[in-house]
Design a protein around this ligand. Structure first.
Ligand code: PRP
Length: 212
């Protein structure tokens, strides 16, 4: 059997854009991708085996080497600091991490609280600002926290800005821009250099300009 490249793909909003990019790069991916609930999809003609993972878990699979490569948001890479190489900025799923909260409110002087899905990023950011805060880790719907009094601020992803706007929150500081990256397991990079180099070359040709 031909050698396979295993690829961890993030389910959810990045998935479609990542799929489109791979197709633009000339890879023939079956329609099965578009409406299946399968978590493993083999594409033997392209020597690919895809794992469909939670975005936050992609870098974990790649670090452990069960996936050779993966597509992960820079937000996840900053938060998790996994032992993987970042090969290419795919310039898709562009968004940013920001500090937000209710309008016209100051942070509580005594024990300011920050709710987030990104505790490490938030902790580092406020430390750099010289502010000591209590981080409250949540798993989603972060915008709820300041509205119902769980926190003074949130650190969260802003994409279109709709979620913040519709929930009456405002942005206070922009922390960092986020796009999706192609990441690789260091050992896989040595052992499957041919397949990986080809993937990088083909993706590089179709990645739009303006990445960072
Ligand atoms: C993300 C993020 C914001 C929202 C931002 O949440 O945490 O809530 O998207 O997007 P917008 O600026 O386009 O409104 P996601 O939809 O991933 O769900 P979550 O609440 O489970 O984190």
């Amino acid at each position: 059997m031909n050698e396979l490249l295993t690829i961890a793909m993030p389910k959810g909003r990045i998935f479609e854009e990542a799929l489109e990019l791979l197709r633009e790069a000339g890879y023939n991916l079956p329609p099965e991708f578009d409406d299946s609930r399968k978590l493993i999809i083999d594409v033997p003609d392209e020597q690919f085996r895809f794992f469909l993972a939670k975005p936050m878990d992609v870098a974990t699979y790649v670090e452990h080497g069960v996936a050779d490569v993966g597509i992960a948001g820079k937000d996840v890479l900053l938060e998790e600091e996994r032992d993987v190489y970042e090969l290419l900025d795919l310039n898709i799923s562009r968004c940013y991490l920001a500090v937000a909260g209710l309008p016209d409110t100051k942070m509580n002087d005594v024990a300011p609280r920050v709710a987030t899905k990104y505790p490490n990023v938030a902790e580092a950011y406020f430390r750099e600002q010289g502010e000591q805060v209590e981080i409250i880790k949540l798993n989603g719907s972060i915008e709820l926290a300041p509205i119902i009094g769980l926190s003074d601020r949130i650190v969260d992803i802003v994409s279109t800005g709709r979620t913040m706007k519709e929930n009456g929150l405002v942005e206070y500081e922009r922390i960092v821009d986020v796009t999706s990256r192609l990441i690789v397991n260091p050992a896989s990079y040595r052992m499957k250099a041919g397949l990986i180099d080809e993937l990088v070359t083909r993706l590089h040709e179709v990645v739009s300009e303006g990445g960072n």
